[in-house]
Design a protein around this ligand. Structure first.
Ligand code: HEM
Length: 199
């Protein structure tokens, strides 16, 4: 494949890092919401009980608080990676879509990609604004970063937004993955290779 019809290595690394990061954020978001509000507090956590990494904290907190803080910390970090990705996208022209694609396919692909960029930004922003309006604020990996404003109505508004945007986002991500697989399995074209480091 020539250099002009594949993505740059930077774009490829950002795509997969942020893609898997967002999927992990969905899994964590749904997992943590089901944790009980009342439970024993601990000052050290074996991450997801995998026996791989134990986190030591400055104070004892409940599992729910621990995983909420983790979600907020990883999400806040992802927001910066996403902003860098948008900067990269604005300053670098992506390769043109394959000439074998029909014009309606190209229009749909462009619309889908722009929607993904928008949702990638709106999703962490609604989470961050909800967090700022909550009484807890943001503790970034155990470091107090932003104090909470304790405004319940606005916290609830952005919580609803975060959940609704999440449903739209996961549906668009599913379509994006289905389209990539269609190119690979049915069309048998180079689309997926363009987004692979060793394509
Ligand atoms: C790419 C980023 C993100 C994704 C994919 C994501 C996904 C999710 C999901 C799936 C939920 C569960 C919603 C439900 O119960 O239906 C959730 C909840 C939540 N998220 Fe995020 N999130 C992201 C970023 C953030 C960020 C940056 C913050 C804050 C700094 C944040 C704060 C929260 C909070 C506080 C909740 C719990 C709401 C509650 O039940 O009170 N999220 N998120």
């Amino acid at each position: 494949m020539t250099a002009t019809n594949r993505y740059t290595n930077t774009a490829i690394v950002l795509h997969w890092l942020i893609g898997f990061g967002i999927l992990a954020m969905f899994a964590l978001g749904w997992y943590m919401s089901d944790l009980p509000k009342e439970s024993g507090k601990l000052a050290s956590y074996d991450l997801f009980d995998l026996g791989v990494y134990t986190v030591q904290l400055s104070e004892a907190i409940s599992p729910r608080t621990f995983y909420f803080n983790l979600h907020k910390s990883v999400g806040f970090s992802l927001l910066f990676l996403i902003m860098f990705r948008l900067y990269w996208r604005f300053t670098h022209q992506p390769p043109a879509l394959l000439s074998s694609m029909k014009s309606w396919e190209k229009t749909l692909a462009h619309a889908g990609h722009h929607t993904l960029y928008l949702l990638m930004l709106v999703m962490p922003l609604t989470g961050l604004i909800m967090t700022i309006y909550s009484k807890y604020g943001l503790k970034w990996f155990d470091i107090p970063l932003i104090g909470g404003l304790d405004n319940a109505p606005l916290r609830d508004l952005f919580k609803e937004a975060h959940e609704l945007v999440g449903l739209i986002f996961i549906a668009v991500i599913a379509l994006h993955i289905a389209a990539a697989l269609k190119h690979k399995i049915i069309d048998k074209d180079e689309t997926l290779k363009r987004m692979s480091l060793h394509g």
